[in-house]
Design a protein around this ligand. Structure first.
Ligand code: FE2
Length: 195
């Protein structure tokens, strides 16, 4: 099996995941370059972005498209997808990306899964992929809630930084890349005015 074949299977299983993977790939490349990574390294992060959710092949479609919040049992199933994605990446000759894929749901404050790692143990490439992933997930329509506006997604992203779950420097850089209105959070603007 090669990457194109794997992605085709993902698309047949859940078209929304395929769209998400393309978005995250593009965002990872752009943010990677903006954060100073050389072209080849940004490409590698982008490829990890393209593959990061392929483990969702192991999650039944009725769970992925459930028009309500997941129950604890369903969430347990979903929580395996980073490790299963890492395994699938190895099968398409991308073993070097497996660790990044496995860690893409870790959060800087240790509240992520599967390992509950904290910032110092999460590679910066993974922190970058996570920022792009979270923003695309926040922006995407979901069966169980109304679509967020851009402003609401940006506010959610800022609150993830405030509670210590996402890398603030990367969030800021990403919002600038996508031309988000009010890329600078309100508290920073106030500080600027007072200072
Ligand atoms: Fe994921």
């Amino acid at each position: 099996m090669n990457i194109a074949q794997l992605l085709r299977i993902v698309e047949l299983h859940d078209p929304a995941t395929r769209v998400h993977l393309e978005n995250v790939r593009d965002g990872c490349y752009r943010l990677g370059r903006a954060m100073g990574y050389k072209d080849g390294h940004a490409e590698a992060i982008a490829e990890a972005g393209l593959l990061h959710d392929v483990g969702k092949l192991h999650v039944p479609n009725f769970v992925l498209s459930k028009p309500a919040r997941l129950d604890p049992h369903e969430f347990t199933i979903v929580k395996y997808h980073p490790e299963q994605g890492a395994e699938l990446a190895t099968r398409v000759n991308r073993k070097r990306l497996a660790m990044w894929i496995e860690l893409h749901h870790e959060r800087l404050d240790g509240t992520g899964y599967p390992r509950g790692l904290t910032a110092e143990f999460i590679p910066r490439e993974v922190q970058l992929l996570t920022v792009v992933d979270v923003f695309d997930a926040l922006s995407a329509p979901r069966p169980y809630r109304a679509e967020r506006t851009m402003k609401e997604s940006i506010n959610e992203l800022h609150s993830e930084v405030t509670v210590g779950r996402l890398n603030g420097e990367m969030v800021q850089a990403y919002l600038e890349i996508i031309g988000a209105p009010s890329a600078v959070p309100a508290y920073d603007l106030r500080a600027t005015l007072v200072g």
